[in-house]
Write a protein that binds this ligand. Structure first.
Ligand SMILES: [Zn+2]
Length: 303
């Protein structure tokens, strides 16, 4: 079957890639017609494609939100009867950042020459802490806590097909954006690598369809995080201020473009702000790193 905008993956899985940040939305249709959606769409026409397909093909039962960043939340309003699944820290984030999320959505809408949608961050009806087995018809999805990009981040593994839906990790176009914690991010990557997935869908960018391609993404991101953690902590140990740390940590990036250079700078700043007190150094008073994004700064092309 061909459906404009939707790409069949394997085992009843479909994906739709947004024009915004190449963000991937997912749809699993179990044999009995029960449907689970993942991060369902950004632009109204993208959400409409997912909604039409889901309602023609079966019953949209679950809506899984990988984390509380605006570009993963907009489609939820189109599925008011679905059970919204997220991790427990999600709720605290949308409550603390409701205005920031609305501002980010309004800024995106303005960039698209659209009126800002009436956006309220969706609230979960099924929240879990560490792991959840979700039965979608006859299928079983394993939802796993994978904090690091954000505190509430989750990934999803379909053991029946070997498909890993990684959320905002393991992208072919983005370095790890460490908006929460680099040590936790490393642990999460190691947790996912142990699953030995055979098919990888990142939150942004291209799927990886072989174990070799998947292994290469893990190796790249794990090496980057080791560099980041080692470099910033060594700088702090040496008593460096932030400017010296940024200079010292300008190592070659595996994905080198303007957006990833800026993301790396924000990663260094965030790590510095988080760890300075531990090394007995003053914590800079201004908003640094990814905190600046909540306050209204933007990267050119990284979600
Ligand atoms: Zn994100």
């Amino acid at each position: 079957m061909r459906v404009a905008g939707l790409r069949p993956l394997l085992g009843g899985w479909w994906s739709l890639q947004s024009r915004t940040y190449a963000t991937n939305s997912g749809l699993l249709r179990a044999d009995d017609g029960e449907i689970a959606l993942v991060d369902p769409g950004i632009a109204p026409d993208e959400i409409a494609v997912l909604h039409a397909f889901a309602t023609q093909q079966g019953r949209p039962h679950y809506l899984i939100l990988t984390h509380a960043h605006w570009d993963h939340l907009l489609g939820a309003a189109a599925f008011p009867h679905a059970t919204i699944v997220a991790r427990r820290p999600y709720t605290g984030i949308i409550e603390a950042h409701a205005d920031d999320l609305r501002r980010q959505v309004a800024r995106w809408a303005a960039s698209q020459h659209r009126a800002a949608p009436d956006f309220t961050p969706p609230r979960p009806t099924l929240a879990f802490a560490e792991a959840l087995k979700l039965h979608v018809g006859c299928r079983t999805l394993h939802l796993l806590a994978t904090p690091g990009h954000s505190a509430d981040h989750l990934s999803l593994f379909d053991a029946g097909t070997g498909l890993l839906w990684a959320g905002d990790m393991l992208s072919d176009r983005e370095l790890p954006c460490v908006q929460h914690d680099a040590d936790a991010y490393l642990v999460s990557l190691q947790r996912l690598r142990a699953l030995q997935a055979e098919y990888l869908v990142p939150g942004h960018g291209a799927v990886a369809e072989s174990q070799a391609a998947i292994a290469a993404r893990f190796e790249r991101d794990i090496a980057y995080l080791h560099h980041l953690i080692g470099c910033v902590d060594e700088a702090l140990q040496a008593g460096s201020d932030l400017a010296a740390t940024l200079k010292r940590c300008g190592f070659p990036l595996p994905l080198d473009d303007a957006a990833n250079r800026e993301a790396h700078r924000w990663n260094v700043e965030s790590r510095y702000a988080q760890r300075a007190a531990h090394f007995g150094l003053p914590v800079p008073a201004e908003a640094l790193g990814w905190e600046r994004e909540w306050r209204g700064a933007t990267l050119t092309d990284v979600a």
